[in-house]
Design a protein around this ligand. Sequence first.
Ligand code: PMT
Length: 433
Amino acid sequence: MDERARLDGAAEASCGLAQGGGQGEKAASAAGEPAGTKRPCVLVGVTGCIAAYKACEVVRGLQKAGVRAKVVMTEHATEFVRPTTFRALTHEPVAVGLFDEPGDPIHHVSLAQECDAFVIAPCTANVVAKLACGLADDLLTTTALATTAPLVVAPAMNVHMHENAATQENLRVLAARGVTLVEVEEGYLACGDVGKGRLADVDAIVAAALRAAGVRRDLEGRHVLVTAGPTEEPLDPVRCLTNRSSGKTGYAIARAAVRRGARATLVSGPVALEAPEGVQVVRVRTACDMLAAAEEAFPQADIAVFCAAVADMRPERVAPRKLKKGRDDDALASVRLVPNPDVLATCAARKRSGQVVVGFAAETDDVVESARAKLASKHADLVVANDVSDGRAFGSDDNEVWFVTADDVRAVPRLSKDRLADEVLDAALKARG
Ligand code: PMT
């Protein structure tokens, strides 16, 4: 069996977002996402409590972490927040009644199977009690009983209801069963009482839900800089020298960094991609602009990934008006090119201790050897080498690469660029030691 074929199986088994073991892939295709993205899915249960509006922030927090959020509500919850609000936030149908989904007679089972974690926030004393007893008399509680995904419960209620021995006993039963409880907070309650009963901090609920869904947050507190896309080097006001980089790889890396908890700055050449949620995007056109933007962000970066296909050369002169056949034949026939600065090499030369620099190498032959040379000459800690002969890698949704470090070469089989992004970040963390 060839080396790549052997690795194919290994990567399928080891890679990325199958974390949580739920049915994210089914969820991804249902949402019309590209195959292989496998976004984890968290089901948010909302019950009838004044804190129901905070479930909107829970949904947003999950989405910012790259998670697909779906919502199921109790009838009482709809008295506080309309399903329309959650539908608008999630772009998903919002389930309330057991028989609301005519096309799906066993809706609670589909919801239960689809999610990688089920977080009920806020969870009233009544629903805590139902969960403890295994009662299933509406869609939310039926789904809770039917799911095998981890359950996270964030209670919210009046202080006396919370202190009540029955509630305390029910919470103990849930904890003993492995349910993650996100403890109520102390403070001013909507009923006017002061004490323990407030819904926990939204960030704490989101963090618990992400942990339960198996979403990695190993880049929390880190800053990741990514360069992506091509550069455009103008020849005249309408023509330029560029290449076919789509930006897909760099954008996927920035997205993955944010999903894993990092702050991300994406210095992007001209591409047709939307700014990823939660990523600071600095749009540039030329190599010189890209250098300026990268130099500004680089000192704060813990990991810098130079994925952009920067034009090595630019026309020495930019004509102030469109060069015309006939009139400007001489200028067109002898366009003189001058070298562009090397964004990666310039930044890496100023690398401070603890920073990791990742370069890419686009090669058509001697892929690994050339990458090794670039690793040394550009002072990178890791070079991701790809074979771009026949235009491969540019614009595609997947790629196969080699990770080249000073003492190792690892072939990574063909993966979607989203999954490859996680592999690149893992390798960068490893290269840091
Ligand atoms: O954007 P996609 O469509 O997803 O395509 C992905 C990709 C093919 C662009 C990507 O996988 C890739 O290979 N990017 C690097 C392309 C490239 O310019 O390779 P290079 O071997 O010419 O350059 C080596 C490294 O030096 C790269 O990290 C590059 O960003 C950097 N460089 C190069 C020239 C220059 N003037 N400044 C630089 O920083």
